[in-house]
Structure formats: structure tokens, C-alpha cells
Design a protein around this ligand. Structure first.
Ligand SMILES: Nc1ncnc2c1ncn2[C@@H]1O[C@H](COP(=O)(O)OP(=O)(O)OP(=O)(O)O)[C@@H](O)[C@H]1O
Ligand SMILES: Nc1ccn([C@@H]2O[C@H](COP(=O)(O)O)[C@@H](O)[C@H]2O)c(=O)n1
Length: 670
């Protein structure tokens, strides 16, 4: 997951390949609670691992549920409707799918419980559910504002003889919560009556489907009246599989519809969710088809390719696909006319006011957008009108994910996604998954080159800049160091007479960079290549032209989405001559010798400062005077002498220079 302050998406062009999506949030949290309330153990396969499911799991543990991992399977030892504790305080984060059903289940069972969440959770209404539960005889108090969490739950005195009314026109989660809680009290038939037009009906279908799997056969009369039969008891189904998330699939369906194929005939294939899905958001497929996407599918898969282009404008009632419909709003930027999304009032009370968020962020890209209380109209953005923008994400995973699709804009402007880690709510590896399927416009994966002499601090600074931007990091010096080590181990003298043999070795170098370690074959050589002797050998091996040539492809392979920071001697001059930003980092010889001295001493290696200075000057002289790719600043490099700067100041200067070139909004990367 990207933990950076923001993530810059360079202009994207094409897509193709297969992706297996994480489990559905709606199914995962329902299954977790049903398994906890059931008698017996439930083995849950393909459960979503995200912020919202972790919130639910933590609550279940607090209630005394056994939770065990068995490989990729999660086993829940159910409580059989009997809590092991009747006093607890629960933190629900911003997980509506945990807060609502747990409130109902705890209220029906009764006890001394409090439930709170993040500030936004305390702005999300729950009054209609509380009213219904009070009607039933549950004891619930508001601890803050009337109608909103946090809540306190006390002992219940249930009255089951009359139908329980619940409003269905604000959130279907209130009805879901009652349907899941009431089997715990079904000593007689219990009737729920929906007041108002029920929204998001497909989510109720998911609830009914899962209740059935856990032994509860709810009788339904239309969408207005639901009966839990007397004697209903939760029973574990044993094993249960969680489908991949259909709402998450919407980004990849849109991707297939927007991107040109990575090669002729290439498609975007989604595994784990298909046309027979029980999730309502699978009907996003129909909306994407209406916009022109070519989609085929089977029971557990979908394949998408670009069809009509530009996409066709739509005017759609989106009540049945409330979450996935946000993706349509960004697709609308690529349509042949204005797109109107209707019946989406529930967006106003989600993780953020999603209608307001879509209006504000589409407008930053240059689009004209109109809104009403429960509708949104997005006008297409023609080529020439797109603006590079910093997308605010409001701690809302779906805002972050759907705006990533703006990176396919025809003007090839960069799209900045603020706080990319907000995707952790449902899809922690969303951006990594996206980068696995897409290709940037040619030459658009940015490279920041930091070249300079030994011990100028370029490796330290480059690694930190890469971390702050979420970019890959190339320590090119390590490649020469590993080559020299491999040559020595192979009994080759590091001299021109052995050039061909060392180059052959370099071409097939089994080097890997993993989790901060450098591996040569199966050998961890991280420490072995860092000695002063290894540095000198690297300098000698790097003067051999065929060795340099042999390592070019390996270095180019590091240029991958979302970007690269490369440090070395010839990054800006030879390996990435078209890089958009180059720094030549240096410091006085005295300063560099002192830094290296401190570096060695801190590792417990004894050193002599004047010998170190002589060695590094000799190394610099060799690097600067060699015939091929000598150490020198690129003509377009920014010169940075950091003799008087701290590491952090050096990092800040490089970041500031890069952000100035990116020119997106007025963001800082501190
Ligand atoms: N202002 C500074 N900027 C960067 N590094 C600094 C600074 N001050 C001290 N250092 C320290 O200098 C030492 C040398 O840094 P580093 O290894 O990154 O240099 P380098 O240029 O990559 O060297 P080499 O080319 O030999 O690998 C490190 O211990 C680093 O912490
Ligand atoms: N792009 C590069 C990087 C390094 N070298 C040579 O390797 C030696 C070791 O590099 P470090 O950065 O790890 O110290 C260095 O002295 C150079 O001779 C190179 O030629 N080109």
C-alpha cells in the first residue's frame, strides 16, 4: 500500500492482463457477523483483509469469539447466540457495514456496550435504525448528537408481537441490520415493515442470500414486509467463500472500457467475480455496456475491452449501484455528451458527501459539473481542456480509486491522488494492482536522476525521495559492486584482460533487490558489497565499457510506474538522458571523507579519515576520467552542493525542485 502523502499518476495509455480482486466488503462483514452469531465453526475463504473487516474482527474478538488463521482461511468459532461478555466498548472506525449490524445484534442481545467511530462516523445518521430497535424494546442512548453515533446500548425488554417499522429510503443497511439481528430473538414470527421506498435493494438480496446460507429462511413480501420465522437459529454452513468485490471490479471494468489494448486483442480480465454474482454492483456491467464497453463473462470472471469510443453518454437511475456509480462519474469525462446519474441521495451520507466531492474534484480537472439533492451531471472534457489536478480524497477510498481513471486523459496531464492510503478501507493494494495492468504513455514514467561523487549522500537522499513519492529506487552503484564481487568470486581479476568474461557474467547477473536486501543468487550480499574494498573494485569494474553495456537493460528495467529515483554516476547523462529532473549532488572532499568516516565507525568498522579522503579522491578521479560514461553533471542537471546541508534539507531541496517541475496545484511533500 502507498503510505505517501500523495501519489502522482503519470499519463496512462493502455491496459491488458488478468487481475484477481480482493473479497467483497459487504459480503465479508456480513459473513463475519453471521459466523460469530452461529453455532459451530465457520471456515471463511477469500475474506477481504482491509480496515473495515479489521474493525469487525476486533469487535468479534472483544465479544469472545475465537478467530484463527489457517493459511489463507479464517476460522470463526461462533458464539451460538450467547455473548461471552456483556460489557465492552467498540471502536468502529468509519465502517458502516460493521457499525449498523453490530448495533442491532448487541441491542437485541442487551448488555452494557458503547460504540463509537472516527469523526465522520459520528456524522453518518443511524436514527432510523435506533428508532426501529427502540420500537422493539431495545435500550439505546445517544452519547453525542441525537440521531448519530456514538451510542450506548443497555438491557433490552423485547416486544415481538407487533410489526417493527424501519425506514428504507436513507440506507438499506438499517434493514440489513434488523434482518441479521432478529433471528437471535425469534421465539415467535417477527415481522419487519419497510417505511418509504427501499433503496439499494441488491444489498438486501445479499443479506437474504447469506442469511439462507446460515440457516435463516426469511419470508419476503415484495420489498415492504419481511418475516423471520419462529424458531430461526443461526447454524454455521461450515465452509463459505467470499466473492471478489463487485464495486472494486467497477474500476477495472472502466479501465477496460477506457484504455487502448496493451497489444492487439488484449483485454482486462477480472477473476473472482462474474455475471452470476450475488452483489448488486455487478449491474455496473450493464451501465458500462450502455456507455460502450465490450464485456463478456462467466460465473467467476469478466473480460472487458474498449468498444464505442468516445464513450456514449447515459442518463441513468443509479439507485441499484450506489457505490459503483461513482466510477461512472469519472467515465463521463470521456463521453460524447453530458451524463446524468440520478437517485443517488445516499451518496450524501457515505464516507463523505460524495456528490459534493465529485463536483469539486471533476471541476479541478476542468470539467463542468452540475448537482442536485440526489443527482449529478458531468459534462465531458474534450482534448485540450484537461488540467493537471491534485485530487482531494476526503478519506474516501472510492474517490481515490475512481479518480485514478482520470490518468487516461488525452492531454496526458498528471493526476495527483492525495492520501492514497485511504484505499485501505476496501482495497489496500489498489494502486499496485492498477500498475500491474496498465502502461504509461511512451516516455511518461518519470525518472529523477541523482548523480554525483562518492559519499556526497546521493544514495541516502535518493532513497528518501523515492520513499516520499512512492517511487521505485535504483541504486546503480550496487550493480557494479555486485558485478565486481561476482567476478572476484568467479576467480576473475578485475582488469581489462578479463573484460569479456566479466561482461558475460554481468549480462546474466542473478541479482535481486528485495526488502532493502541485495541478493546474488541465494546469497545475501548486502553487507559484503558495502566495504571500501568493494567500492574500489566496483570503480575498477565500472571502467570496462562492455561491462557498462551489459548492465544497461537491467537498469532500464527499474523504470516502472509510478516513477523512479535513480542514483549513480551516469543516470542523467547516459542511462536516462530524457529524465525530466536531474540533480548533480556534491559536497567538499573533506566533508565527504568525514561522512564516510562516521558511516564506517557507526557500523563498528575502524577507519582513518585521511586515508578515506585519499581513497575517495582516487575513486572520483577514476570515475571522472574513464572513457565511457564518466562522472560529470548532465547539461540540464541542477547542481546541489550539500556540504552545509542536513540530510533532510538535501531531501527537501530535491523534492522542491521536482514538485516545481510537476506544477500540480500548490502541494508540498514534507
Ligand atoms: N547532507 C547530507 N546529505 C546526504 N547524506 C549525508 C548528509 N550528511 C551526512 N550524510 C551521510 O553521508 C553518508 C554517505 O551517504 P551515501 O552513502 O548516501 O553517499 P553516496 O553518495 O550514495 O555514496 P556512494 O556513491 O559511495 O554510494 C551517509 O552516512 C549519510 O547519512
Ligand atoms: N551509475 C554508476 C554507479 C556507480 N558506478 C561505479 O560504481 C562504484 C560504486 O558506486 P557507489 O555509488 O555504490 O559508491 C562507483 O565508484 C563508480 O565507479 C558507475 O560507474 N556508474
Amino acid at each position: 500500500m502507498f503510505q505517501t502523502e500523495f501519489l502522482d499518476l503519470p499519463a496512462l495509455a493502455s491496459a491488458g492482463g488478468s487481475v484477481t480482486l480482493p473479497g467483497s466488503k459487504s459480503i465479508s462483514n456480513r459473513v463475519l457477523l453471521l459466523a460469530a452469531l452461529s453455532a459451530g465453526s465457520t471456515r471463511i475463504h477469500d475474506l477481504l483483509d482491509s480496515d473495515d473487516t479489521r474493525v469487525m474482527l476486533q469487535a468479534l474478538r472483544q465479544l469472545g469469539c475465537g478467530v484463527h488463521e489457517q493459511g489463507s482461511v479464517l476460522v470463526i468459532d461462533g458464539l451460538g447466540g450467547q455473548l461471552k461478555t456483556d460489557t465492552a466498548q467498540f471502536f468502529m472506525g468509519n465502517a458502516g457495514t460493521a457499525m449498523r449490524p453490530l448495533t442491532a445484534a448487541l441491542a437485541v442481545l442487551g448488555g452494557d456496550f458503547s460504540l463509537s467511530g472516527v469523526p465522520r462516523m459520528h456524522e453518518r445518521p443511524i436514527g432510523d435504525l435506533v428508532d426501529a430497535l427502540r420500537e422493539l424494546g431495545c435500550s439505546i442512548d445517544y452519547l453525542g448528537n441525537e440521531g448519530y453515533p456514538p451510542l450506548h446500548i443497555g438491557r433490552a425488554q423485547l416486544r415481538l408481537d407487533q410489526a417493527i417499522p424501519v425506514r428504507g429510503d436513507v440506507s438499506s443497511q438499517f434493514l440489513t441490520a434488523l434482518l441479521m439481528a432478529l433471528p437471535l430473538a425469534a421465539t415467535q414470527d417477527i415481522v419487519i415493515e419497510v417505511v418509504g421506498e427501499l433503496i439499494s435493494k441488491p444489498y438486501i438480496d445479499i443479506t437474504l442470500n447469506l442469511l439462507q446460507r446460515f440457516g435463516i429462511a426469511v419470508r419476503r413480501e415484495g420489498w415492504a414486509r419481511f418475516t423471520i420465522p419462529a424458531g430461526s437459529r443461526y447454524q454455521s454452513p461450515g465452509d463459505i467463500h467470499v466473492e471478489a468485490d463487485a464495486s472494486s471490479a467497477s474500476y477495472f471494468i472502466a479501465l477496460g472500457a477506457l484504455a487502448t489494448p496493451s497489444e492487439p486483442g488484449a483485454k482486462v480480465r477480472i477473476q473472482g467475480v462474474g455475471l452470476d454474482s450475488i452483489q448488486g454492483d455487478i449491474r455496473f456491467v450493464e451501465a458500462a455496456q450502455a456507455m460502450g464497453a465490450q464485456i463478456t463473462g462467466g460465473p467467476n470472471w469478466l473480460e472487458i475491452a474498449r468498444g464505442h469510443w468516445p464513450l456514449k453518454a447515459i442518463d441513468l437511475d443509479c439507485n441499484h449501484i450506489p457505490d459503483a456509480a461513482m466510477t461512472l462519474a469519472v467515465m463521463a469525462l470521456y463521453a460524447d455528451g453530458p451524463c446524468t446519474l440520478r437517485n443517488i441521495a445516499s451518496w450524501r451520507v457515505k464516507e463523505t458527501d460524495r456528490i459534493a466531492a465529485m463536483v469539486a474534484e471533476c471541476a479541478k480537472l476542468g470539467a463542468q459539473v452540475e448537482e442536485g439533492p440526489d443527482w449529478l451531471r458531468v459534462h465531458p472534457l474534450p482534448a485540450g481542456a484537461w488540467r493537471s489536478a491534485s485530487i482531494h480524497t476526503y478519506d474516501d477510498h472510492r474517490v481515490a480509486m475512481c479518480f485514478s481513471l482520470a490518468a487516461f486523459n488525452p492531454d496526458q496531464v498528471t493526476v495527483r491522488i492525495e492520501d492514497p492510503k485511504c484505499v485501505a478501507k476496501t482495497f489496500p493494494d489498489y494502486f499496485e494492482t492498477l500498475f500491474g495492468l496498465v502502461q504509461a504513455q511512451p516516455g511518461r514514467v518519470p525518472v529523477i536522476c541523482i548523480d554525483g561523487p562518492t559519499a556526497s549522500g546521493k544514495g541516502t537522499v535518493a532513497a528518501e525521495v523515492a520513499k516520499r513519492l512512492g517511487y521505485h529506487f535504483l541504486d546503480s552503484g550496487a550493480m557494479y559492486r555486485v558485478t565486481a564481487l561476482a567476478a572476484t568470486r568467479a576467480g576473475l581479476a578485475i582488469e581489462p584482460s578479463q573484460e569479456a568474461a566479466i561482461a558475460a557474467l554481468a549480462r546474466a547477473l542473478p541479482v535481486r533487490f528485495e526488502d532493502g536486501k541485495v541478493l546474488l543468487g541465494a546469497d545475501d550480499v548486502t553487507e559484503a558489497i558495502r566495504t571500501e574494498e568493494a567500492g574500489m573494485n566496483a570503480s575498477r569494474v565500472s571502467a570496462l565499457p562492455s561491462v557498462r553495456l551489459a548492465l544497461v537493460d537491467l537498469q532500464h528495467g527499474f523504470q516502472a510506474l509510478p516513477g523512479l529515483v535513480a542514483d549513480g554516476r551516469d543516470m542523467g547523462t547516459v542511462i536516462f538522458p530524457n529524465a525530466p529532473y536531474k540533480v548533480y549532488m556534491t559536497a567538499s572532499a573533506a566533508c565527504r571523507a568525514e561522512r564516510r568516516y562516521k558511516q564506517l565507525i557507526s557500523k563498528g568498522i575502524s577507519a582513518n579519515i585521511s586515508e578515506l579522503r585519499a581513497d575517495l579522491e582516487a575513486r572520483d578521479a577514476r570515475d571522472q576520467s574513464r572513457a565511457v560514461a564518466p562522472l560529470k553533471p548532465a547539461a540540464d542537471a541542477q547542481w546541489l552542493d550539500n556540504s552545509e546541508l542536513s540530510i533532510d534539507q538535501s531531501v527537501q531541496q530535491v523534492l522542491a525542485g521536482w514538485l516545481q517541475r510537476q506544477a500540480i496545484g500548490s502541494h508540498s511533500a514534507t
